[in-house]
Design a protein around this ligand. Structure first.
Ligand code: AMP
Ligand code: MG
Length: 281
């Protein structure tokens, strides 16, 4: 797996395959994905009740990399009661009037819940850097702000999981052209996607830097081979399940303690009612 969890680690996207590994088939992936979907649902249920942990899933990637598709499939496994999805586009004047983390922080998950970010605070060191929307003196300080922000979330019980959906230039072209073919996807057409393609290498560099500078044990990056949608979905689901599985026992212990205390409260209530009834006779 292409997991980066040490600050300053070397990231070379060109050396990471965007295709599924040899031997992996769509059939195998879909079978495993169905099992993981059930596991994620159960994990979420325990986490929701225990309310000591939350999860932030950050989805980043170029246009057409599959951010929407990942949300549809992976988030589709979860109970909507405990999930919110936030998409971050070009900042509004209100957002621009604040610091870059302001619009993001208010979408951080409550304990017990999932937040999924479709783009994120990382845009402020990606598109902003590539297009010079802010001077270097501003955006270069943001890596540190991001590290501190994610550390703060982690201290509050948030499991921060960051995914770069890795596609090849050729795959992107095919996907963008495909969008034109069908009425269901044509609504996404945006000439800007083609303009951004001209900055492919600059984005690669910006992503490599962002991943390297913000990789941490409590907020790892996974580079997801995303040329095949079915494999992409599997990698994300597998990664989220792996990050949460080890906490399940703790959540169940918390749930048991909550159950015991709830029962004790109910017993005490019933005893009081019985006493009052006996007293009234
Ligand atoms: P989409 O994800 O297709 O809805 O496009 C959203 C657009 O908003 C992308 O082109 C992003 O690069 C852009 N965007 C997101 N965040 C920022 C930001 N902080 N500054 C400028 N552009 C942004
Ligand atoms: Mg787009």
């Amino acid at each position: 797996m292409n997991v980066f969890d040490r600050p300053g680690c070397k990231v070379r996207l060109g050396r990471i395959s965007a295709d599924p590994p040899k031997g992996m088939t769509r059939e195998k992936a879909e079978k495993r994905f169905a099992i993981l979907g059930q596991e994620l649902f159960d994990l979420q249920d325990a986490m929701f009740g225990a309310k000591v942990t939350s999860v932030l899933v950050v989805l980043q990637g170029r246009d057409g990399a599959g951010k929407d598709g990942s949300i549809k499939h992976v988030v589709g496994c979860l109970n909507p009661r405990g999930v919110s999805v936030a998409s971050f586009g070009v900042p509004t004047p209100e957002e621009r009037a604040h610091d870059f983390l302001w619009r993001v922080h208010r979408h951080a998950p409550r304990l017990g819940e999932f937040s999924i970010f479709n783009r994120s605070h990382y845009e402020d060191v990606l598109v902003v850097r590539v297009h010079g929307l802010a001077p270097k003196s501003i955006w270069k300080e943001r890596y540190g702000h991001i590290r501190d922000f994610e550390e703060l979330l982690a201290e509050h019980g948030t499991v921060v999981l960051k995914y770069f959906l890795h596609i090849t230039r050729k795959e992107q072209e095919e996907r963008l052209l495909e969008r034109e073919e069908s009425a269901e996807t044509a609504w996404k057409l945006n000439p800007n996607d083609w303009k951004e393609r001209d900055h492919w290498d600059e984005y690669t560099e910006a992503y490599e830097d962002a991943i390297s500078k913000t990789a941490a044990g409590h907020a790892p990056w996974t580079v997801v081979p995303a040329n095949a949608k079915w494999y992409r979905n599997l990698v994300i689901a597998e990664s989220i399940a792996a990050a949460l599985r080890g906490r399940r026992k703790d959540w169940e212990k918390t749930l048991e303690a909550m159950g015991r205390s709830g029962r004790a409260g109910l017993d005490a209530y019933r005893a009081r009612v019985a006493e009052a009834k006996a007293g009234a006779k």
